[in-house]
Design a binder for this molecule. Structure first.
Ligand SMILES: [Zn+2]
Length: 470
């Protein structure tokens, strides 16, 4: 019954959609969601041996699928003489070379599984992390599976899928009041792009009146909201927890958020490519890597495995779920510091003390002195498909150049789509101009900045330097 209704949503007319979203979730969510939740309830306290057996069987199944159905891996496995049936222990995966983003970008159709019809997959993008867009495919029901995984993690601080949230995470909200209720997510959405003192006072009043228990944010948006409320001398709404993802935490930020809002911050790490998911638990701030989600390695700069607490390495992931476009030992370009061996919560998960993702807390400054985080500007559409690299440049409040290196097939309609997308997001608070360039400048030290800001006399957050992507 539930499955039929959920499937029906794909073909439902625009007219009936609002009615559909008023249905309780138990009627909307498909089997993928419920089965995943049920499975995760049973698996979260597995012992080490059970986890290893599970991961080994998942990994072997995924590698067999790659060998049989994915042209890139058929060729690669033949070339290196790799047979998935010979995978006896997890470390045997190191026979397969790691995979970088450029290889995926240059060979995207070779990674598509031939036995998955186009109708069962969806196209997604990473939205241009570090200024280099990457498109990839996932299974159509991946969103519901993802939701089950993330809800299961957040349930560790009392969040259940049906509870109210206030979301301040880059939603585009049409209309003049800059906030709305989204029946589909059962959440109040607030615009990041209109955060002035007067506007956040209204936001806080709504959150209080509606008694919203959870605040779902980017760390930078929680801090910016706090800054403006303090400036207006407005008390923060009362939350049970602040759910913070998608950006790095910098030293002291978690403490500042917890002190201001008077509740626990719950952080997690995930990425668009869906190979690594890790969240905190009830008792600790270490990120627990979900062993049911994918096979995750932490590799040091020399390629060897990080194994001791405090070791730093790149997160390298193999999905257990994306049959449409399987990626094996995919280098995420995100870095982690290994945590302790064990956690008091009893879960036998790999622990990460810290994750340094691609998303830094860079901010543009709008005409109303409002701050717009780069994370909020992230787009998941295909507008950057014909762009090699891009970078934001600002030397005047309210004015921003989007500098981009176009591919040869870039056209006026691409430019129009990019401008339309950002105009819709930022409204009238920023004048945006597209500036095509042959290449983007690096810093004196040869690093790439996603946002170059030369605003005078303003304490604009400093944009960190990133390693350039070749
Ligand atoms: Zn724990």
């Amino acid at each position: 019954m539930t499955f039929t209704l959920a499937r029906a949503a794909d073909g439902i007319s625009q007219l009936l959609r609002p009615v559909y979203y008023y249905l309780p979730r138990k009627f909307r969510a498909p089997g993928t969601y419920w089965n995943t939740l049920e499975f995760l309830h049973g698996s979260q306290y597995w012992d080490e041996q059970r986890i290893i057996e599970f991961q080994l069987s998942q990994l072997r199944a995924m590698l067999r699928h790659c060998a049989r159905n994915v042209p890139y891996y058929r060729r690669l496995f033949r070339k290196i003489g790799f047979d998935p049936d010979f995978l006896k222990q997890l470390s045997d995966i190191s026979c397969v070379p790691t995979l970088d983003k450029d290889t995926v970008r240059d060979n995207i159709h070779d990674f598509l599984a031939e036995n998955i019809p186009a109708s069962q997959r969806v196209y997604c993008t990473t939205g241009g992390t570090m200024g280099v867009p990457l498109g990839f495919y996932n299974l159509k029901d991946s969103g519901w599976r993802e939701r089950a995984f993330t809800e299961m993690q957040a349930s560790r601080v009392g969040f259940g899928g049906d509870q109210l949230r206030a979301i301040l995470r880059g939603a585009v909200i049409r209309g003049k009041k800059h906030w709305t209720f989204d029946q589909r997510q059962h959440a109040y959405l607030f615009s990041n792009f209109h955060m002035t003192g007067a506007q956040v006072t209204v936001y806080a009043r709504i959150m209080r009146e509606k008694k919203v228990p959870f605040f779902h944010v980017y760390p930078s948006s929680a801090l910016d909201f706090a800054r403006l409320l303090q400036q207006e001398r407005v008390e923060p709404p009362s939350f049970r927890a602040v759910l913070a993802g998608s950006e790095n935490f910098y030293p002291g930020q978690r403490q500042r958020i917890e002190a201001f809002y008077g509740c626990r911050v719950y952080a997690w790490y995930g990425h668009s490519e869906n190979m690594v998911l890790a969240g905190e638990c009830e008792t600790s701030h270490d990120y627990h890597v979900s062993p049911e989600y994918g096979f995750v390695e932490v590799l040091k700069a020399d390629g060897s495995k990080a194994s001791a607490e405090g070791d730093t390495g790149e997160l390298v992931g193999t999905s257990f779920h994306n049959l449409a476009m399987p990626l094996v030992r995919y280098r995420t370009a995100d870095w982690a510091v290994l945590g302790p061996e064990k956690c008091a919560c009893g879960r036998k998960h790999k622990l990460l003390r810290e994750v340094r993702g691609r998303w830094h807390q860079e901010m543009l400054v709008g005409k109303f002195n409002n701050r717009i985080s780069m994370t909020a500007l992230n787009v998941h559409s295909d507008i950057f498909d014909r762009v090699n690299q891009f970078q934001f440049f600002q030397n005047e409040i309210g004015k921003v150049e989007l500098r981009l290196v176009p591919k040869t097939d870039f056209s006026q309609s691409d430019a129009a789509a990019i401008l339309a997308t950002f105009s819709e997001k930022m409204g009238d608070s920023v004048d945006l101009q597209l500036v095509p360039m042959d290449k983007l400048p690096l810093t004196e030290r040869g690093k790439f900045r996603f946002i170059v800001q030369e605003l005078k006399g303003l304490d604009a957050p400093q944009s960190p330097e990133c390693e350039p992507i070749a």
